[in-house]
Ligand binder design. Structure first.
Ligand SMILES: [Zn+2]
Ligand SMILES: [Zn+2]
Length: 249
């Protein structure tokens, strides 16, 4: 079967309102029957299958699942993002272009690392505000051994029927260069998106805070500044993680 014939078949199946999982089963079965006798299968080029199923998902209004194969080594690399070597400068606020670009790359990498460490989906990590990072949360509850760590206040989780939210913890690593909480605080100091006076988060952890900026703000002004006025969407957060993986190779 040619790829065009497969497309024609899918087109007909769509007319009968087949769901995406049924269509995927059909495509997989057709490919398997071609491979068995060693014949060339339709839509078998690099990325063909993924493109096909993604376009079907769009057609049916099924949201695309955004999952990244991030493992411990990748998180380590994300947290060790180096600044490019350059001459002494006044920092991003002093107009240094290298430092400014680094801040945007650093934001991408921190989002990738935090989302992985807290098992968050892109939408959940993107929706974090700067006041959702609760530093020394367990220390305040009397657990001395968790000093330096933090809890992330994730407002809505999958299967959280009672809408109580979830507070995954970020611990303190043995290697100080991988201290993600310290990096987040340093990032907030550099960008200026830290919690604001009048924050309502601790009083109402489930509600969006009206005054604090996003923890991972969107780039604005063609990457020259950060947009602190609104949270990144799931798609924007996903794009940040993809870019982060590009930064660390
Ligand atoms: Zn610089
Ligand atoms: Zn707040």
């Amino acid at each position: 079967m040619s790829t065009d014939a497969l497309r024609a078949f899918i087109w007909d199946a769509l007319a009968f309102e087949s769901t995406i999982s049924v269509l995927k089963h059909c495509v997989n079965a057709i490919k398997a029957w071609h491979r068995r006798p060693g014949m060339p299968a339709p839509a078998d080029g690099p990325g063909d299958y993924r493109r096909l199923t993604n376009s079907l998902a769009h057609f049916q209004g099924t949201p695309r699942r955004m999952i990244f194969p991030l493992h411990a080594r990748a998180v380590r690399r994300l947290l060790l993002l180096p600044v490019s070597e350059h001459a002494a400068c006044g920092g991003p606020r002093g107009g240094c272009r290298v430092c400014r670009e680094f801040l945007h790359r650093w934001r991408d990498c921190l989002l990738g690392a935090v989302a992985t460490l807290s098992c968050s989906r892109c939408a959940e990590a993107g929706a974090l505000q700067s006041c959702d990072l609760w530093v020394d949360f367990d220390l305040e509850a009397g657990y001395q051994r968790w000093a330096g760590g933090a809890a992330l206040n994730v407002k809505i989780r999958k299967n959280d029927q009672f809408r109580q939210g979830h507070q995954p913890r970020l611990g303190v690593p043995r290697d100080p260069r991988l201290h993600v909480v310290r990096q987040l605080l340093a990032f907030m100091r550099a960008v200026g998106n830290g919690p604001r006076p009048g924050c309502t988060k601790r009083a109402e952890p489930q509600c969006p805070c009206p005054v604090c900026p996003p923890l991972f703000p969107r780039s604005a002004d063609r990457g020259r500044s950060f947009d602190l006025s609104r949270l990144p969407t799931a798609g924007e957060a996903s794009a940040m993680v993809v870019r982060a993986l590009g930064h660390v190779g």
